[in-house]
Write a protein that binds this ligand. Structure first.
Ligand code: 1GP
Length: 243
């Protein structure tokens, strides 16, 4: 569903971390993000949550919006059968095997048995990395270390991953550079997701024009008193960019 959509238009995803927003808060953000036109809700983040916590928050989110909800897991227990799909992701530039294949092995049978759609995704963390970088023990990709990023991205594609997520870290003071996005985009044939530090329509526009197929925002909604007003211009801006 996601891959097809990226062929027609630029896509916006709203990341909701139940650990920060709580169950009800998660539902409220989802409701406003949906009204503002977001295409998908990602539920999860770097902080560990139990399956029960994931269930509670996801139920609230599903009640309040009518877009698919995708699990964005930080560990093997971050699963809920109430979601529509899961990013079955590997943090390719982690220094810890757990984040490359360990959590995935632990979650494999539960995910398969659930019948939920599983989307193989290569996850790459760039400087400054923030909590995701620390928790995932990432060997952060330097801001202008193009060769390193391209090699990881092409490897992800050759391993059969359907998407590449370029992450600067939630709450990052600056987003990944447009030059970096351009270079990675030119090197692969699968859609690219960019997230971390995107707080304005201007940044969203630059990143989308550089080649991002999907933009993820989290903090901008979390920190706003009016989630609809905060997200609407960002979503409208990227929808006007050619896919
Ligand atoms: C984190 O990329 C996302 O995985 C979102 O980042 O919270 O900075 O929008 P922000």
């Amino acid at each position: 569903m996601i891959i097809e959509k990226t062929k027609r238009e630029k896509v916006h995803m709203t990341l909701i971390d139940p650990d920060t927003s709580g169950d009800e808060g998660s539902g409220k953000i989802a409701e406003q993000a949906y009204k503002a036109g977001t295409d998908f809700i990602l539920v999860g983040g770097s902080t560990h949550l139990t399956m029960n916590e994931m269930d509670m928050a996801t139920k609230q989110i599903k009640e309040k919006c009518n877009v698919p909800v995708i699990i964005f897991p930080g560990s093997s227990s971050m699963f809920t059968r109430y979601a529509d799909a899961i990013f079955f992701m590997s943090l390719l530039n982690s220094s810890d095997l757990e984040f490359i294949v360990g959590h995935q092995k632990k979650a494999s049978l539960v995910v398969k048995k659930s019948g939920i759609e599983s989307i193989p995704m290569g996850y790459l963390i760039f400087e400054p990395g923030m909590t995701a970088g620390r928790v995932g023990k990432a060997k952060l990709i330097g801001r202008d270390d193009y060769k390193n990023a391209i090699e990881y991205a092409v490897a992800a594609q050759l391993m059969g991953m359907r998407l590449i997520y370029m992450e600067a870290g939630s709450g990052a003071p600056y987003a990944i550079s447009t030059e970096m996005i351009k270079k990675v985009k030119e090197s692969v044939d699968i859609p690219i997701i960019v997230g971390g530090g995107i707080r304005s329509s201007e940044t969203a526009k630059e990143i989308t024009e550089a080649g991002a197929d999907i933009i993820v925002t989290g903090t901008v909604a979390e920190k706003s008193d009016n989630v609809y007003e905060a997200l609407k211009p960002i979503i409208e801006t990227i929808k006007h960019c050619k896919s």
